[in-house]
Each structure stands twice: as C-alpha cells, then as structure tokens.
Write a protein that binds this ligand. Structure first.
Ligand code: NAD
Length: 265
C-alpha cells in the first residue's frame, strides 16, 4: 500500500489523482493539501474530487502530514512545490513533483533539496512523452546537421510558457548535441530576425481552448523534415504516470530521479 498525499488537491490534476487513488487498491490517500487562500481548506478531498466522502480533510499545513512513510504528489506551481520540497527534505517524506514553471535558480535549489530525500521531478509524467524524450535525443544525434525546434499546444488556462515538457525537449536536443541550452534557446521570433543561426533551438508555446498538451519536435533538413509528435488525449495518462512514480520512488534510496528512471528508459 502506497500512502499518498496530494498537493494541489483542488486543482485539475489533484482532483483526478484523488479520484483514481480512491478506486485503486495499492494506493491510500494519506492527506490532501491546498493553498490557504484557495477556499478548499477544510473540505473533504473525496467530495472535492466528486467521488464521495473519503474522511480526508484538505489542509494548508504540509508539515503536519509529511512523514517518511508517505509519498507526496505535487501538482501545484513551482513556488509551492519548492516550499513543499523544503519540508519533505527535512522530514524524509518522498515526493513526486509534477509542477512546472521553475526558473533556472528555482530548479537548481530544487535539485539540491531533492538529493536529500527520495524525489522524482518530471515535467511530464506520461509514458509516451518520456519515450519521445528518449528518441528525440537519438534523432538529435543522428540528424546532427538538421535544425531542431519544439512546438507545444496547451489549454488557455495554463499559466507558464513554454511548457516544462517543451523546455525538457529543448534541453534534451542541446545535451545530445553538446550545446548549452540556455545560450542557444529562442523563445520568440518577430520582425527582421536575420537568417537562422545553426545550433539555435526555438521552443514555442501556443494556447488554445482545452488542449491537454501536444508536443512536436521538428528536425528540418534540406529537402526533407522529420516531425515527432505526442498528443495527450486526456489527463489520465499523466495521473497514472504520477502514481506509477509514487509506487516506484517509495522503494528507492534518497536521491533525485526522473521519469526515465521510473520507466527504466
Ligand atoms: N508533470 C506533469 O505530467 C503535469 C501534468 C499536468 C500538469 N502539470 C503541472 O502541474 C501543475 C498543476 O496543474 P493543474 O492543471 O492541476 O493546475 P490547477 O491550477 O488546476 O491546480 C493547481 C492547484 O494547486 C493549488 N495550490 C497553489 N498553491 C498551493 C500551495 N502552496 N499548496 C497547496 N496547493 C496549492 C491551487 O489552489 C490549485 O488548486 C502546473 O504546474 C502544471 O503545469 C504537470
């Protein structure tokens, strides 16, 4: 039995996770966290998720929940996830962080903290996207003289751009080619931009309706182009990947892991 705390229990991913945990045997809901100002604190997590009363009241105080026999699934935002990770690193609670929007400084801090407890940080929990990451690295090496760019599409209520997955794909391309991603990334083009410099990697985000999340990596050569696309059709795949990570991280020694470690890719 994996004892799971859902951080962001009133959000889209949080409610879905609570509803799956309520139905699936190897998981038990050990706690539900929300922002103090969210209006969800004090409500029953199951009722909030639409699956009936579970007897777990939503709280805003993580320190009362974080224990070594729990795994926290964090789908909040970068600042909240970092604050939760500070508490987890002190208490020995395991964490699976899905929240995105980390600045490079926040990411460095998260990496330092994560090494002290059992932590998975994954900007995208879906199996298909993680396979896309793996083959993107391979194709970036094979087609090393092709221009590589990344395009993502998400729902209009997403607050960070480009998506964490699109950034991870950009970083994957840069690493495969021995390039510094930050020095070569382009996040917008407008006006007289001049010709494309080799080695640059554009990462662009579109926002449209209720799109769950599409990612395409373009490899453009002379006279041909290869496109690798993943489309999320619902959030279910993301939630199931997060739960797979929770069951896996429980048994690992302290350290920072990725979804590729979880999936053995
Ligand atoms: N890694 C993945 O596979 C994956 C998948 C989907 C979403 N995400 C990311 O997860 C995050 C949440 O996505 P969402 O679509 O569920 O967003 P959402 O806005 O629907 O939910 C976020 C919830 O977090 C709560 N929250 C904010 N601060 C908090 C705090 N300090 N403590 C506890 N709860 C807090 C909010 O009140 C809200 O209910 C985003 O960063 C998103 O990009 C990642």
């Amino acid at each position: 039995m994996t004892r799971v705390i859902v951080a962001g229990a009133g959000g889209r991913m949080g409610r879905l996770l609570v509803s799956i945990i309520a139905r699936e045997k190897p998981f038990e809901l050990a706690g539900a966290l929300e922002a103090a100002e969210s209006g969800f604190v004090g409500q029953d997590a199951g009722e909030l998720a639409g699956v009936g009363r579970l007897g777990i009241a939503v709280t805003a105080d993580y320190s009362t929940l974080a224990r070594p026999d729990t795994v926290t699934l964090d789908f909040t935002n970068a600042a909240a996830a970092l604050a939760h990770l500070e508490v987890a690193a002190e208490s020995g609670a395991a964490m699976v962080i899905g929240s995105t929007g980390f600045t490079p400084e926040m990411e460095a801090r998260a990496r330092r903290l994560a090494a002290r407890t059992r932590t998975v940080i994954a900007p995208n929990m879906s199996v298909g996207v993680n396979v896309l990451m793996k083959i993107t690295a391979e194709v970036a090496k094979i087609l090393n003289n092709f221009d590589a760019e990344v395009l993502e599409i998400h729902h209009g209520t997403k607050i960070d751009a480009p998506s964490g997955t699109a950034l991870a794909l950009g970083r994957t391309i840069a690493e495969a080619r021995g390039l510094d991603f930050q020095a070569n990334a382009i996040f917008g083009r407008e006006g007289i931009t001049g010709v494309r410099e080799p080695g640059k990697i554009a990462v662009f985000g579109l926002r449209a309706g209720d799109a769950v999340g599409d990612h395409t990596v373009f490899f453009g050569g002379q006279g041909e182009r290869l496109e690798l696309t993943h489309r999320a059709q619902s959030r279910e795949g993301l939630a199931r990947g997060a739960l797979r990570a929770a069951a896996w991280i429980e048994k690992q020694p302290p350290g920072l892991y990725s979804m590729r470690d979880v999936l053995g890719l």
